[in-house]
Design a protein around this ligand. Structure first.
Ligand SMILES: [Zn+2]
Length: 274
């Protein structure tokens, strides 16, 4: 009965040839049988994957403290049939203020959920990994210093993430005639993913006017580094217009995907930061 025995022990005994190390950001987790959890993590080399953390809900688990939401951990993972299994976990960056400061918690949750909603299992995207960790570090630093979360962080993150996942809205050239957009009243189309010049926009009924200042700030957020954006002071009226454009654009893009439905509901109900 060696065959039966091998099957039975497959999830417990680790074949050293099928073990690998990876860094991972814990996006979410769900409880499964026994004291186990399935973690959805984002990794620099494999993108988003699901892993099994065995026995992690037991109070004696040594791994548990390294597998909390928003943690950057180093994992050793063993290949298995359903979910690959975490055999070792150690904290690289705990981001502990992101679990204690309420303003920071909601924003860290937003960063991770948006990443989750925009990625499919196994799409590796090293730039996304760098982006989300960069943004978490900014939040963590502010929370650690007792500062409010930086006002433009989520707006900047939205636009960077859209660019890295292939949904970059077109804010510099007319979506139709491709002429450079001028500082005039132009027209936004969420469905077309960008802005039409006054001439092309006048011919369409699926557009809305977009003010010069709103477009200017969106372009800045899209094309500049965080160090430049951090210093940008956005007037409240413009900030509201930008948040409305970004939120509705995210919903428009995500609605193509059923998987993102829960997140869309949250986007629509939560009062976004700023
Ligand atoms: Zn045009």
């Amino acid at each position: 009965m060696a065959w039966f025995g091998a099957l039975r022990y497959n999830t417990h005994m680790v074949d050293r040839t099928r073990v690998r190390s990876t860094h991972a950001l814990i996006l979410r987790r769900r409880d499964v049988a026994d004291a186990d959890r399935v973690l959805t993590v984002f990794t620099p080399g494999e993108g988003k994957i699901e892993l099994l953390a065995k026995g992690v809900r037991k109070t004696t688990s040594r791994k548990a403290g390294h597998l909390e939401p928003f943690m950057h951990t180093a994992l050793v993972v063993a290949a298995a049939r359903t979910w690959d299994i975490i055999t070792e976990a150690s904290t690289v960056e705990s981001f502990r203020h992101l679990r204690t400061d309420l303003d920071a918690i909601s924003r860290a949750g937003y960063l991770c959920e948006l990443l989750d909603a925009f990625t499919d299992a196994g799409d590796d995207n090293r730039a996304l990994w760098d982006l989300v960790l960069y943004a978490l570090r900014i939040l963590e630093r502010a929370a650690e210093q007792g500062q409010p979360p930086p006002a433009n962080l989520l707006r900047w993150y939205d636009l960077q993430l859209l660019g890295l996942t292939g949904f970059q809205p077109q804010f510099f050239h007319c979506v139709s005639c491709e002429e450079e957009l001028q500082p005039l009243l132009n027209f936004l189309s969420l469905g077309e993913g960008g802005v039409f010049c006054p001439r092309c926009g006048a011919l369409r009924d699926d557009v809305e006017p977009i003010e010069v200042d709103t477009l200017k700030v969106l372009r800045y957020l899209q094309s500049r580094t965080w160090l430049e954006v951090e210093r940008l002071n956005v007037r409240p009226g413009v900030a509201r217009a930008i948040d409305s454009v970004l939120q509705r654009y995210l919903v428009t893009v995500l609605e193509r995907s059923v998987r993102a439905a829960d997140f869309i509901r949250r986007l629509e109900h939560d009062k976004r930061a700023s």
